[in-house]
Design a protein around this ligand. Structure first.
Ligand SMILES: Nc1ncnc2c1ncn2[C@@H]1O[C@H](COP(=O)(O)OP(=O)(O)O)[C@@H](O)[C@H]1O
Ligand SMILES: CC(=O)N[C@@H](CCC(=O)OP(=O)(O)O)C(=O)O
Length: 299
């Protein structure tokens, strides 16, 4: 028998041994992973993402995937000659747009992710907030101040919703059956109407309801960056308020961090903003001491 003295082989074994305490710590816990529409464009990254999720399941963690698909909804609407308007990062959604969002998110995208997970050797179950009555949505309204009169006006976003009530039994049943739930951010309201939900918001609410050990938001930057462009590795609620007040965070990062904060204040142990453009970023964050991205914890 040959002795494995090859340093490269020993390094591989060391990597696995280093991961052992993290596997033991998280076995049986739930991780909610938000996979955004921008990250889906690259087939190599999609394969790596599916492998990460299947690996988590194989070591006894319960991954729950919530996906977006904003660019794909936009592309479909464009072929129909419809332009979307966004307010605070939310797509103003009329009845036709809600129908297209449901078709794109619950159809092709959801099944594509289920397919990637199958390719990686896992079993996934595609769902939306409607399935099994998992999520009941309520309508979102925004207010804006009229610059002349300074009177607050309600801005109607149409059929944009946010989770109002979450029944976690469907997710738990699917996970307990050895499958990975893959959830599209569409839900019905108490009135039976279909609502389009921002995928970060959906993931945060589900992570809170499940008391998840981690909420991962995969995006297209290294994490939350300071004004010099350096990665901020650890943030607490007071830091977030300061970064917002001094303009360090803007645009899509504002609702993303609001979601992270809401999730940790409502029962999820920590949220992480991670670079979805980096292969296996999630494994590095979970199974190495160095971690990756920005970790957000409650005070
Ligand atoms: N301080 C910051 N650090 C990192 N990204 C920031 C910051 N402030 C604003 N952003 C912007 O937030 C974006 C991520 O939000 P968003 O575009 O909504 O992501 P996604 O489409 O993945 O949900 C980044 O691409 C970046 O342009
Ligand atoms: C209300 C609202 O804005 N819904 C989003 C849902 C998809 C989404 O959030 O996708 P990403 O994560 O890829 O951006 C939309 O219509 O684009």
């Amino acid at each position: 028998m040959t002795q494995p003295h090859d340093p490269a082989l020993l390094a591989r074994a060391a990597t696995l041994v280093d991961a052992l305490p993290y596997m033991q710590r998280y076995a049986g816990r739930t991780f909610v992973v938000k996979y955004g529409g921008h990250a889906m464009g690259d087939p190599d990254l999609a394969r790596d993402f599916a492998e990460d999720v299947v690996l988590l399941k194989a070591v006894g963690i319960n991954p729950v995937v919530v996906h977006g698909g904003g660019p794909q909804i936009g592309a479909m609407l464009k072929t129909m000659g419809v332009e979307s308007q966004f307010i605070d990062g939310l797509r103003v959604t009329d009845a036709q747009t809600a129908q297209v969002a449901e078709m794109v998110l619950c159809g092709a995208i959801n099944k594509e992710i289920v397919g990637w997970i199958a390719q990686a050797g896992g079993k996934a179950m595609g769902l939306s907030g409607k399935d099994g009555g998992m999520v009941t949505a309520r309508k979102v309204n925004r207010t804006s101040k009229d610059p002349d009169s300074l009177i607050e006006k309600v801005v109607d976003l149409g059929f944009v919703g946010e989770p109002d009530r979450i029944d976690i039994s469907v997710i738990e049943t699917v996970s307990a059956a050895g499958m990975i739930p893959v959830i599209a951010p569409i839900a019905a309201g108490a009135d039976g109407q279909t609502y389009n939900i921002n995928a970060d918001t959906m993931a945060g609410a589900i992570a809170a309801a499940l008391g998840a050990a981690r909420l991962f938001l995969l995006t297209d930057v290294a994490g939350v960056l300071d004004k010099q462009g350096e990665l901020l590795t650890d943030l607490r609620p007071a830091d977030l308020a300061r970064l917002r007040a001094d303009g360090t965070i803007s645009g899509g990062m504002i609702p993303k961090l609001e979601t992270c904060l809401m999730a940790v204040e409502a029962g999820c142990e920590a949220s992480v903003v991670l670079d979805g453009r980096v292969s296996h970023a999630m494994l590095l964050e979970i199974f190495t001491q160095e971690g990756a991205g920005t970790l957000i914890q409650a005070a």
